[in-house]
Design a binder for this molecule. Structure first.
Ligand code: B12
Ligand code: SF4
Length: 491
């Protein structure tokens, strides 16, 4: 049957070496929320998920056969290229093409003014939170003039003006009561494919859930295009009810709570714990929080309902760098939070960052000190990347180095490279810094008594000395000499 709308997830794992290696696919909750709301209002929704597909041609075959009148595509900075190619295909088969998500919200012009074969494939961008705006667009497309006379009357849109400018319609207020939303339409997703991919790669499988929207903090590099600097939560009962539903219907081995920050409201966490326990809904889960919020009481509550791992944005061991990032935490908080998690048996994962403006050699050494002394169970390190719309982006705007204007140089996920010119240090240096961090951390674990055979100890020691020498050598190479970037035209 021809659906009223097809929603598209344009992430092809096979086209993204990082995703392929990680193999931790999560279907985007945003599209599932949109589908659930549309279905509640009587629209038929189909889903085209590229996650396990190989090529755009499969979408072309789908469009040829199914011919949905409306196609809604989600997008991130990393998948913009795919989103635009799919938009072009949908447009060629006569669909009204709607884009939404963090990247179209952040940079609507990249979508609205993308041209292919002399045409503009994208008809409109849904800005910010999408549920109610998309519903209004569907109402308009089905019965123009009934609820809205013109697209321009629908709040929350970005349209292509004939003057070559992006035209914004009235702002749409955020949904005040998140409990009013239905649970995400997970039934539309081919869960078996996800289950198999996870199990094959990791021996278990995981699903995602979101309890709150937004974050009140203001880290300079964080893009808050969709929910802004606001914070809304569902009721603890509603969140626990969804957990129970997931446990009964999908029974995943693990849940990932994808809230920006769990525990902005600590009282809420305690209520959530009570509601989950009352329903016997606990599932092992992981979540993200901030070190300054991680009190003993909150961590215990999380552990009581299955929290096995917490991700912390530790970022740096240097207070100077944390302050420059407006991170709003102290280095001592990182020590305290890790220590508490260890006591409670919760694994810790740090997000570290290098290359932030103002960071010097001494600050990198402080990050090494932090990793060696706190010993998180896992960590990853990113070279600071300026996302459009952030304070950090504005700070380095005149020093950006793009090879291709078309996707701000992101060829695939988490491609760790320096995107702006610094007085000192280049991408190669930072890539070695990341290896150095790892070796220091491995060495510190061994020094703390982690059991390992002698050859493993030798491997770590050799690696440690090699990386120490390399970073010292590369720290002396002039910034522009190692990696060549072509600045994009007009920048
Ligand atoms: C969970 C998460 C992940 C998870 C899972 C992603 C997934 N598939 O679910 C993982 C860990 C894999 C991940 C990875 C990455 N992520 Co991430 N992630 C998130 C996070 C925390 C939550 C996403 C979510 O579920 N939101 C909840 C839903 C309800 O909101 P939503 O998706 O925005 O959808 C709403 C609207 O945007 C809109 N909408 C969305 N799509 C569409 C489509 C249409 C047609 C319409 C009308 C509306 C619409 O309506 C929805 C409902 O209101 C967000 C931050 C955030 N708070 O959103 C970052 C975020 C999306 N991630 C981000 C980034 C940068 C990444 C990585 C690049 C990180 C990295 N360095 O590797 C990778 C990229 C992955 C990839 N290959 O593309 C950025 C994106 C920035 C950008 N401009 O693109 C965000 C915004 C974080 C940030 N503040 O910087 N991520
Ligand atoms: S990085 Fe985390 S804590 Fe900082 S503003 Fe973004 S979501 Fe909030």
């Amino acid at each position: 049957m021809r659906p009223d709308i097809t929603l598209v997830h344009p992430l092809f794992i096979c086209k993204d070496p990082v995703e392929e290696k990680l193999m931790t696919p999560y279907f985007p909750l945003g599209l599932m929320y949109l589908a659930a709301v549309l279905r509640d209002h009587g629209y038929t929704v189909d889903l085209f998920d590229c996650t396990f597909r190989e090529d755009y041609r499969e979408f072309e075959a789908y469009m040829r056969e199914v011919r949905p009148p409306v196609v809604g595509i989600t997008s991130l900075i990393t998948i913009r290229r795919h989103a635009l190619i799919l938009a072009d295909i949908a447009h060629r088969y006569g669909a009204t093409v709607i884009l939404g998500g963090p990247d179209p919200t952040g940079l609507p012009d990249r979508y609205l003014f993308y041209r292919s074969g002399g045409e503009f494939p994208v008809d409109m961008v849904v800005y910010d939170e999408g549920e109610l705006t998309l519903l209004d667009v569907m109402r308009y497309l089905h019965a123009p003039g009934e609820t809205f006379q013109r697209l321009e009357d629908i709040p929350g849109l970005r349209l292509r003006g004939e003057d070559g400018q992006v035209h914004a319609t009235a702002p749409r207020p955020l949904i005040p009561n998140l409990d009013a939303l239905p649970f995400p339409a997970r039934d539309l997703v081919d869960m078996e494919a996800y289950r198999q991919a996870w199990r094959k790669a990791h021996g278990y499988w995981a699903l995602s859930i979101i309890n709150t929207r937004g974050c009140p903090y203001a880290c300079t590099w964080c893009q808050k295009a969709v929910f802004g600097r606001t914070y809304r939560s569902r009721s603890a009962a509603n969140a626990a009810e969804e957990m129970k539903h997931i446990k009964e219907v999908y029974a995943p081995d693990m849940l990932r709570v994808v809230d920006d920050i769990t525990g902005v409201n600590r009282k809420w966490v305690l209520q959530w714990r009570d509601e989950v326990l009352r329903r016997d809904a606990a599932i092992p889960f992981e979540c993200l929080t901030r070190v300054n919020l991680a009190t003993e009481e909150m961590l215990s509550a999380l552990r009581d309902i299955g929290c096995v791992k917490i991700y912390f944005g530790a970022e740096s061991g240097s207070q100077k760098v944390l302050n420059a990032m407006k991170k709003g935490i102290r280095v001592e908080h990182i020590y305290q939070a890790t220590e508490r998690c260890k006591r409670l048996g919760i694994r810790t994962y740090f997000f570290m960052m290098v290359g932030y403006p103002g960071e010097e050699w001494e600050d990198l050494r402080l990050s090494v000190k932090l990793l060696r002394e706190t010993l998180p169970d896992e960590f990853s390190t990113t070279i600071a990347y300026p996302l459009p719309g952030t304070e950090f982006y504005e700070q380095v705007r005149d020093r950006l180095m793009f090879e291709s204007e078309w996707q701000l140089d992101w060829d695939y996920t988490a491609e760790n490279r320096l995107l702006f010119r610094r007085d000192k240090y280049n991408t190669r240096f930072y890539r070695w810094v990341i290896r150095w961090f790892h070796k220091e951390w491995e060495d510190a674990w061994l020094a703390a008594g982690k059991p390992a055979p002698w050859w493993e100890r030798v491997r770590v020691k050799v690696g440690l000395w090699v990386t120490r020498i390399m970073v010292r050598l590369l720290a002396r190479v002039p910034a522009a000499a190692t990696i060549r970037f072509m600045p994009a035209e007009g920048r």
